[in-house]
Design a binder for this molecule. Structure first.
Ligand SMILES: C[S@@+](CC[C@H](N)C(=O)[O-])C[C@H]1O[C@@H](n2cnc3c(N)ncnc32)[C@H](O)[C@@H]1O
Length: 213
């Protein structure tokens, strides 16, 4: 009897499956409180100017918040299920908010969507970094750095837990700080987040900038 190999499940399909089956323990049902508070009330928060990307946007809560605050946002996710939910919750594409189904590491797809090198004023990271294979972290940082225009910003909430396995894959503040430094970004803020939900007490909040030239 021949044994048929299991069909390979792509990374995007496995995320689709999580959304379909309710295996979405990361879901907050709102923008992460430390990011919302920072964007709404902190004088260091970036002001709306130029396009902003939310990679791995999931159900789109942070993308919708940025749009509400006046940013021109692209919410990107390679899961069609995630973006179906994002559209259901926050509406279809409109001026100031666009949903894009693409793999963050697919530069051809990004360029086809107008996301070429230096095309972004900002990137907002929330639980995409901890969802990707840790071996891809340098590629993630290189992608973000390449997309940012001179002076462009990265605002990120990073889950610095030390539990084995993932996703969510753990990390530590020193590793993340070194990663962005090596990618050429300059830290303006890197500190334990305040206002995290109880089960994410180990989050850190950071703001980095691409050098102006
Ligand atoms: C843990 S979920 C977080 C979703 C959202 N950021 C949130 O906080 O609710 C991670 C998301 O990243 C997406 N994702 C993972 N790797 C990706 C990649 N290479 N390109 C695009 N999206 C990706 C997944 O489909 C999933 O929606």
């Amino acid at each position: 009897m021949s044994v048929q190999p299991e069909p390979e499940v792509s990374a995007s399909e496995s995320w689709d499956q999580r959304y379909r089956e309710g295996g979405d323990g990361w879901e907050l049902g709102q923008p992460a409180p430390p990011l919302a508070t920072f964007l709404r009330h902190d004088h260091r928060a970036p002001a709306p100017a130029g396009p902003v990307l939310v990679p791995g946007c999931g159900r789109g809560h942070e993308a919708a918040l940025l749009a509400e605050l006046g940013f021109a946002v692209v919410g990107l996710d390679f899961s069609g299920e995630a973006l179906r939910e994002a559209r259901r919750l926050h509406g279809p594409d409109r001026p100031g908010l666009r949903w894009l189904q693409a793999d963050l590491f697919d530069r051809t797809a990004l360029e086809a969507a107008g996301l070429g090198p230096g095309s972004l004023a900002g990137v907002l990271e929330h639980t995409c970094f901890c969802a990707i294979d840790p071996q891809l972290r340098k590629a993630y940082a290189a992608t973000v750095a390449q997309l940012l225009e001179p002076g462009g910003w990265l605002l990120g909430l990073f889950w610095c837990h030390s539990r084995p396995g993932g996703p969510p894959w753990g990390s530590d503040p020193q590793e993340i700080s070194a990663l962005w430094r090596q990618a050429g970004l300059m830290a303006e803020l890197w500190e334990p987040a305040s206002g995290s939900i109880a089960k994410r007490s180990d989050e850190w909040l950071g703001l980095w900038r691409q050098p102006a030239c």
